[in-house]
Design a protein around this ligand. Structure first.
Ligand code: PBG
Length: 323
């Protein structure tokens, strides 16, 4: 396996994201991208966050870029009729997300960092993160599909593939698939230490990705598991070629962030997830107190060892000068 440390240095925007000590440069804003035109639909459980079609997304991100919010994580939201048992729509070269990636990269070039979620759950009709065999997720069949999706995003120009599925061995397989396709500058942000958490509820509404039966316990980490399991997942992803190692959720796992940051050599990311966002948003309508809470939370991430912070608060924090 080729280690490619240059991936994180490839553009000035990637370097600012990974290596600046300033919170402003560390922030990544998530977006929910739908097909169509002129769609700007608020998500009830996540005040301030909307599902947007590519034309509206481009305007939103243009505003973000102007105030220095340069890193963006895209989630494709699909219509029911596009979904099937094998998530085939997710790797289609014609899907709306591919057009969104292309347009963002052609408009903002190397000034933007585009990260794209790679998982099957938003495109399977059963809502599971993999391909099912007798109601269980078949690891290796799912990895083959994930590789196809990753290559399609990378070809469109994504800076980082965000692998959020938690299948075994997928970082190595995706790295290999990217290399085979000659896409040697595309990074992998791995959701390495991702717990089967109750804090993802609002996201599953937003992305319409809740499993239709069962749960995610067979692949996401047990919330009771200790540091050994976290270090195993983080270090194995690192040795498989992950360029950024992510821990998710963030607030209930700051001890794990510290532990992982102490053992890996790659940049560490935290995902301040939807349930954590909604908790803060519903706790007060007073902007000033909310700002102070967000500032305190972001500093706790930094102190725990996070280089990169994925948060739905990113835009508001920058636009209102909360940091
Ligand atoms: C897809 C995915 C999820 C989140 C990010 N990528 C949902 C899940 O694992 O069920 C959650 C993000 C959030 O709650 O903000 N697998």
């Amino acid at each position: 396996m080729n280690l490619r440390p240059r991936i994180n240095r490839w553009t000035h925007a990637r370097r600012d994201l990974n290596f600046s000590s300033q919170i402003e440069s560390s922030l990544v804003q998530p977006h929910f991208v739908v097909a169509g035109e002129g769609v700007d639909e608020p998500i009830a459980s996540m005040p301030g966050i909307h599902r947007q079609s590519t034309d509206v997304l481009l305007q939103t991100i243009a505003g973000d870029m102007k105030m220095g919010l340069k890193s963006h994580m895209l989630f494709a939201v699909l219509d029911e009729h596009e979904k099937d048992a094998t998530a085939s729509a997710a790797s289609s070269k014609d899907m709306h997300l591919i057009h969104a990636i292309r347009q963002l990269k052609s408009q903002f070039g190397d000034d933007i960092v585009v990260m794209t979620d790679v998982c099957l759950c938003t495109a399977t009709d059963h809502g599971h993160c993999g391909i099912l065999h007798n109601e269980n997720i078949d690891n290796d069949l799912s990895v083959t599909e994930l590789c196809k999706i990753a290559v399609s995003h990378a070809e469109a120009g994504a800076d980082y593939i965000s692998a959020s599925d938690m299948m075994d061995g997928r970082v190595l397989a995706i790295r290999g698939a990217l290399e085979n396709a000659g896409l040697v500058n595309t990074g992998i942000l791995s959701y390495s230490v991702k717990y089967a958490s109750s804090f993802y509820g609002p996201f599953r509404d937003a992305a319409d990705s809740a499993p239709s039966f069962g749960d995610r316990g067979s692949h996401q980490m047990d919330i009771r598991s200790g540091y050994g399991e976290a270090v195993l997942e983080a270090t194995s992803d690192e040795s498989e070629g992950a360029d950024i190692i992510m821990i998710k959720p963030a607030l209930a796992y700051l001890d794990v962030v510290r532990k992982v940051a102490d053992v890996v050599t790659r940049p560490v990311a935290v995902y301040n997830v939807s349930g954590e966002y909604s908790l803060v948003m519903s706790s007060t309508s007073d902007e000033e107190s909310r700002g102070k809470m967000v500032r305190e939370i972001f500093h706790s991430f930094k102190r725990a060892g996070a280089d990169v912070i994925v948060s739905y608060h990113a835009r508001e924090a920058l636009s209102r000068n909360w940091l």
